[in-house]
Design a protein around this ligand. Sequence first.
Ligand SMILES: Cc1cc2nc3c(=O)[nH]c(=O)nc-3n(C[C@H](O)[C@H](O)[C@H](O)COP(=O)(O)OP(=O)(O)OC[C@H]3O[C@@H](n4cnc5c(N)ncnc54)[C@H](O)[C@@H]3O)c2cc1C
Ligand code: FES
Length: 424
Amino acid sequence: MELGAYDVVHLSALAVLGATGLYLLLLLFGSLRASAVVARTGEAERALFRARTEEILARTRAEQERNELSWNGFRKFEIAEKREEVPGVCSFYLQPHDKRPLPPFMPGQFLTFKLDIPGQQKDVIRCYSLSDAPNPDYFRVTIKKVPPPRDKPEAPWGLSSSFFHEQLEQGDILDVKAPSGHFFLDTATQTPIVLIGGGVGITPVLSMLNAVTNAASKREVWFFLGVRNKTEHPMKEHLETLAREHENVHLNICYSDPTEDCKEGVDYQHKGHVSVDLFKKQLKSNNYEFYFCGPPPMMNALDEHLKEWGVPEARINYEAFGPATVKKLKEPAPGEAAGSDIQVTFTRSNKTVGWNPAVGSLLDFAEDNGVTIDFGCRAGNCGTCKTAIQGGEVEYLGPPGEMPEQGSCLVCLCVPKTNLELDA
Ligand SMILES: Cc1cc2nc3c(=O)[nH]c(=O)nc-3n(C[C@H](O)[C@H](O)[C@H](O)COP(=O)(O)OP(=O)(O)OC[C@H]3O[C@@H](n4cnc5c(N)ncnc54)[C@H](O)[C@@H]3O)c2cc1C
Ligand code: FES
């Protein structure tokens, strides 16, 4: 008998439940031992202990629910509503066609879409961040229609984003993978956070902000948004309402190019770009978790300047929407030279090139050398960039969402370990 997607998910859910039970027993054992300690300590320690326990239980419950309600492969979703946020940016509210409940994703995660776009020879895969807090009734994505690059105005507008804007309407059906991605907020803790969005890069951090406020959490949140002016300011009223109604939310809107009708102190708080210099003026210290998503210059500057400010790398979290901007590089092993004499052959393109570790992943390297490989997430989650290895070995820069079968690799997350031949 063949197992369906739901059977597989439920079997994995049972395994997870077993593991969770064992985990809770260990937790109970731990807490009994800990309670002996707690008896000797003061109220502050007891409160801390209770908070930690609640944190672990909340995380376990959410994990369990996610496993029970998630799905493998693509699931049909209907566009329940299409809403223009600002010119060129639309939100799409998606509901499962099978009417079954939705899993509670982690705020910051994204959906992977398989799009059958008229005129395209094969399906187009694209990822879009969930732009609202987890909700059992719908998923929301917010999409910007992508114009041609400034230096190539004759190029066509973005394929998928134009399809969403111009051709998809309420009632249309889409193929969607379950939420995934490693860029997310841990909502079980109370660490103060700084959320930063640039342009449409607001989407994952808005999901995080909404998750905090929906939970009526008192967690300290600093929200920075950088846009050119009022005409590009998405979710303006929503953000202002949140800041008004939640004293733990500190809203900082930056307009780089305000027009005459943009009022400082009303529409926006700061003129210029979001920057670490601005954080130094607004924040009491650098002791926050930072989450950001935006255009490449903003991402690179924030990454560099946060590190210069002394923020540990572990507290700097980001998502890149396009070709990797802040690059994940392989740390050279002790004694390993920064350069490399590894050769990479792209067999179908008939190209052999000396590997350059500074480039990032094999996907970045292929693109730099004029070899086109399809991609979706560029983060090892969607499987689109899977490429057959015809010789040699690769290593991963981080854990992929799902390891591809033997003999292939996800080039967006790999670097060569030896001389390599790829079917590309
Ligand atoms: C994890 C993740 C989350 C994301 N979340 C969001 C989100 O929440 N919202 C959002 O709007 N986007 C998001 N994105 C980006 C999104 O996935 C797409 O990359 C984006 O919509 C562009 O895709 P497209 O098909 O419209 O453009 P493409 O067709 O891929 O084109 C990209 C660019 O190339 C140009 N181009 C096309 N052909 C040529 C040519 N021949 N020569 C030169 N230039 C050319 C286009 O004009 C365009 O500027 C996310 C991406 C990732 C990886
Ligand atoms: S592009 Fe998504 S896994 Fe590589």
